[in-house]
Write a protein that binds this ligand. Structure first.
Ligand SMILES: Cc1ncc(COP(=O)(O)O)c(C=O)c1O
Length: 119
């Protein structure tokens, strides 16, 4: 069975670890990391976009996505179990001045009824 709850419940295979160990490296800040540059170019092409940007963490990329779509003082709607709402240190509110508006969804209720009550 493939567990898709989170990236954190999966682990890299030996082939994936080998690919990481042998990947050509460079300085991302200077724009000369060939692996990151190739990855961004591939993603931009697949998404049909002009460019793509790799973020090193999910929290960072979620915050950038929210701040790219919302203005200061806006709300964003999220399920009660959304990672941006329950975790991530309230970054959208603290750093982006974006207010989360949590909605109780059937999926959320079902998810919580198995282990813990909704918050
Ligand atoms: C859906 C989702 N978003 C964001 C994150 C946070 O990712 P990171 O630990 O890379 O900041 C996780 C981590 O489990 C996640 O599952």
């Amino acid at each position: 069975m493939i567990d898709l709850r989170s990236d954190t419940v999966t682990h890299p295979t030996a082939a994936m670890r080998d690919a990481m160990m042998s990947a050509p490296l460079g300085d991302v800040v200077l724009g000369d990391d060939p692996t990151v540059n190739a990855f961004q170019a591939m993603l931009a092409e697949r998404a049909g976009k002009e460019a793509a940007l790799l973020f090193p963490s999910g929290t960072q990329s979620n915050l950038v996505g929210l701040m790219a779509h919302c203005e200061r003082g806006d709300e964003y709607i999220a399920g009660q179990s959304a990672h941006t709402y329950r975790y991530e240190g309230g970054g959208a509110a603290v750093l982006g001045s974006i207010q989360p508006q949590p909605w109780k969804t059937p999926q959320t209720a079902a998810c919580h009824s198995k282990k813990s009550p909704p918050p």
